[in-house]
Ligand binder design. Structure first.
Ligand SMILES: *Cc1c(COP(=O)(O)O)cnc(C)c1O
Length: 382
């Protein structure tokens, strides 16, 4: 019944985890779900208020501008200037997205011919791979290994693959490893992209979720980056707005135009009232972001210190709301956590073959629940 490209999609591990969760709930288990990469915190009230006001205005009820409201694109450019010192032409170098997943899922359609390679981090956000497969491109996995600080070794990519590659994905702060981009890495990426004529897609969804004074850069701050690529960003993680579906692609005007052309034929833009709320988020006070980071930081400390006290070798992440922990067999480990302790953690292999040997915890639950999880693990023979 289905097209053959459907058969090429990887099995959706997360659907299986959902089934296992449902089974445990039915058995009456009090599950502590540290599996979901979705903030449990609410969207700040001033942003919700802006949506309500805008939703009542009939001029916002029509088809939106495909590229986004000029005022939204200006607000994005203003935020990039203020936050990263990156100058963007709001007319040509900024595109509204229905969340960054929208851009990631569709970009390959504009740049990848059947059989072209796309360079995808493994482990990585699953949509880099599926977007490539929908465009009938070939995925080349770049392993993110602990001994390399979870950055790909570009020199390890076979020459033939690099020559036939059209897109390179990078994502720092990283999901799922919580790694940050080491100094000098982005410069290496620019040089590599220039040499092989590759479009770089930097996924910077977690730039604002950082700890201990760390400030994540934008890829576009790097000299030459604007010539070779774009950055996908989003309000989802920064302002607890995952359900609102709003983000942005920014950077090289030709790449933005290519993505925009695909999207013009797929969707009809982001609801104007949501864009008005996003303007308020980006242009208004940013204390809400600081407050959220303080909450995550406390949870991070409780979880990581707890895991360390149980004998696990797990570092304190500087950014993202994930903890990436080495284990022997990720499926067996997460299966036992769920069955014996009612704790949901994501097996690393769900993010790609090189995720084997790890589980990912999301600190998207209150401190008391994280303490409870550590207590339950203490009772297990791990
Ligand atoms: C959450 C996430 C996104 C997508 O978020 P949107 O809600 O679609 O903006 C993109 N990349 C990574 C790595 C993520 O974790």
């Amino acid at each position: 019944m289905y097209a053959s490209r459907m058969g090429n999609l990887p099995p959706y591990l997360f659907a299986r985890i959902d089934e296992m969760k449902a089974k445990q709930r039915k058995l009456g288990a009090d599950l502590i779900d540290l599996g979901v990469g979705d903030p449990d915190l609410a969207t700040p009230p001033h942003i919700v208020d802006a949506l309500c006001t805008a939703a009542r205005d009939a001029k916002n009820h029509h088809y939106p501008d495909y590229a986004g409201l000029p005022a939204y694109r200006s607000a994005v450019a203003g935020w990039y200037k203020k936050r990263f010192g990156v100058t963007l032409d709001a007319g040509k170098e900024v595109l509204a997205l229905m969340g960054s997943k929208d851009g990631i899922a569709h970009i390959a359609e504009a740049f990848v011919n059947p059989g072209d390679y796309v360079l995808v981090p493994s482990p990585g956000y699953p949509v880099y791979r599926t977007g490539t497969l929908f465009a009938e491109g070939k995925v080349h996995e770049m392993p993110l290994l602990r001994e390399n600080n979870f950055v790909p070794v570009l020199a390890d990519i076979p020459k033939k693959v690099a020559q036939a590659a059209r897109i390179l994905y990078i994502n720092y702060p990283n999901n799922p490893t919580a790694a940050i981009a080491p100094a000098g890495f982005y410069k290496e990426v620019v040089d590599f992209a220039r040499e092989h004529d590759i479009v770089v897609i930097s996924d910077n969804a977690y730039s604002e979720i950082a700890y201990d004074g760390y400030r994540a850069p934008s890829f576009l701050e790097t000299k030459g980056a604007m010539e070779v690529g774009i950055e996908m960003h989003s309000l989802s993680k920064t302002y607890n707005m995952t359900g609102w579906r709003i983000g942005m692609a920014v950077g090289n005007a030709d790449v933005i135009a290519g993505l925009g052309r695909v999207k013009t034929n797929v969707d009809s833009g982001v609801f104007d009232a949501v864009q008005h709320a996003a303007i308020t988020a980006l242009s208004g006070p940013q204390d809400c972001v600081k407050d959220a980071c303080a909450i995550y930081q406390e949870r991070r400390d409780v979880l990581v210190r707890g895991l360390q006290s149980l004998g696990f070798d797990v570092p304190l992440p500087k950014a993202t709301f994930y903890v990436w922990m080495p284990v022997k067999d990720c499926m067996a480990f997460s299966g036992r956590l769920l069955a014996e302790a009612g704790i949901v953690a994501t097996p690393g292999v769900g993010f790609g073959a090189s995720g084997e040997g790890y589980v990912r915890f999301a600190i998207t639950r209150p401190v008391a629940r994280i303490q409870e999880a550590i207590g339950r693990m203490r009772g297990m023979d791990l």
